[in-house]
Design a protein around this ligand. Structure first.
Ligand code: PHE
Length: 338
C-alpha cells in the first residue's frame, strides 16, 4: 500500500504541475481528490487490513491527500496570478489620467453672492417670497393702478387662477412687511418674469436683488450713500454713480441709477443698473390693511427701496455680450469660469 500511495501522489503532483489552465486543473482535482479518486479506492480497501495496520495506512492516506490538496491550491493561485498579470500586460501605467472636469460657480451666482456679501456687511438680512404671486403682492399693495401697463396680459405671465409670475422682486417688500414689524432691513435676490421678446439683452426670466429699509428717520441721503457704497464695492472705489429722477408707483421720489462702467473692450459709458426711491406711504397703508394693524404707521416711518438687475451686473463684470448664454447651460461657456 505504501508504494501505491506514493505512486498516486507522484502522479497527482505531476498532473497538477502540468495543468496550465484553471479548467485543466479542475479536471485534475476531480480525478485525484474527487469521490472516485484512487486514494478513495485504496481507503475502501482498508477494511481488510489488520487492526495494527489500519492506523498506519490511514495516516499514509491522509498525508497524501493533504499534499495533493495543498498542491492544487498553490497551482490554482499561481494560475490566477498569471491570468491577472496577463490582463494588465498592455496597460501603460505611465499614461496621464483622464482629466476630471472641475466644476465652477455660474457667473450669476458669483455676482449674486458678492452682492449679498456686501449688503450683509451693511446690516441687510436675507428675505424671500414666492415666484408665483398674487396681483395684490405684485401690484396692488405696491400702489400700482389696475390700468398700469406692467399689468397687461402682454407684459405679464398670468395663470388661469389669476395668479402671476412675479414681474419684479418688489413683491417681497410686501411679503416681508406683512410678517415683520419695523425696523425692517432686508434684501431679496430672486427671479422675475416678463413677456419680453427674447434677444441678446432680454429674456423672459431674469434676476433681481430687492432691498428695503424701513425705520424712523430713513432718508434719501441714506439710500444714496448705501447704493454708492454698494456699486463702488462691486466695481471699484472710483466708480461714478448717478441718480436720475424716474417714476415707480411704489416709491416717491423715484430714481434710476446709472453707473459709469467700462465693459471689456469698450469705452466707459453710463449703464442703468437699478431702480430705487423712498417707499410711498400708500405702500405702508396697504400693508397695514393686509396685516389688520397699524404697525407701519406712515406718520412715524420712512423707508427706501431699491431693485437691481443681477444679469446685467454679471454681463458687465465678465464682458458677456448675450444674456441667453446665462441660461443655456452650455459647458463651453460655463467652463470659462472654472
Ligand atoms: N421693481 C422695480 C423694477 O423692477 C425696481 C424698483 C425696486 C424700483 C424698488 C424702486 C424700488 O423695475
Amino acid at each position: 500500500m505504501d508504494t501505491q500511495v506514493s505512486q498516486i501522489q507522484t502522479e497527482a503532483l505531476a498532473a497538477i504541475a502540468a495543468a496550465d489552465t484553471e479548467a485543466a486543473l479542475e479536471e485534475v482535482r476531480v480525478k485525484f481528490s474527487g469521490k472516485k479518486s484512487p486514494l478513495n479506492a485504496l481507503a475502501a480497501g482498508m477494511k481488510d487490513l489488520s487492526p495494527e495496520e489500519k492506523p498506519v495506512a490511514g495516516q499514509l492516506l491522509n498525508t497524501a491527500r493533504q499534499a495533493i490538496s495543498g498542491a492544487l491550491d498553490e497551482r490554482r493561485q499561481s494560475l490566477q496570478d498569471a491570468a491577472d498579470a496577463a490582463s494588465v500586460a498592455d496597460l501603460d501605467a505611465t499614461m496621464p489620467a483622464r482629466a476630471l472636469p472641475s466644476g465652477a460657480l455660474h457667473p450669476l451666482t458669483v455676482v449674486k453672492d458678492r452682492a449679498i456679501q456686501i449688503l450683509r456687511r451693511l446690516g441687510f438680512a436675507l428675505a424671500e417670497g414666492p415666484e408665483i404671486e398674487t396681483e395684490f403682492h405684485c401690484f396692488d399693495a405696491l400702489n400700482t393702478p389696475a390700468d398700469h401697463p406692467a399689468r397687461n396680459d402682454s407684459d405679464t405671465f398670468y395663470f388661469d387662477s389669476g395668479k402671476l409670475l412675479r414681474t419684479h422682486t418688489s413683491s417681497v417688500q410686501v411679503r416681508t412687511m406683512e410678517k415683520q414689524t419695523p425696523p425692517v432691513k432686508i434684501i431679496a435676490p430672486g427671479s422675475a418674469y416678463r413677456r419680453d421678446e427674447i434677444d441678446a439683452t432680454h429674456l423672459s426670466v431674469f434676476n433681481q436683488l430687492e432691498g428695503l429699509y424701513v425705520d424712523k428717520d430713513v432718508r434719501l441721503s441714506d439710500l444714496k450713500g448705501t447704493l454708492e457704497y454698494f456699486y463702488r464695492a462691486m466695481f471699484g472705489d472710483k466708480t461714478e454713480v448717478r441718480f436720475r429722477p424716474h417714476f415707480f408707483p411704489f416709491t416717491e421720489p423715484s430714481f434710476e441709477i446709472d453707473v459709469k462702467l467700462q465693459v471689456k473692450g469698450e469705452a466707459p459709458k453710463w449703464i442703468e443698473v437699478a431702480g430705487c426711491g423712498m417707499v410711498d406711504p400708500a405702500v405702508f397703508s396697504a400693508v397695514n390693511e393686509s396685516r389688520g394693524d397699524e404697525a407701519f404707521d406712515p406718520a412715524q416711518l420712512t423707508g427706501y427701496a431699491f431693485g437691481m438687475g443681477l444679469d446685467r451686473l454679471a454681463m458687465i463684470q465678465y464682458g458677456i455680450k448675450d444674456i441667453r448664454l446665462l441660461i443655456e447651460n452650455d459647458t463651453r461657456f460655463l467652463s470659462q469660469f472654472a
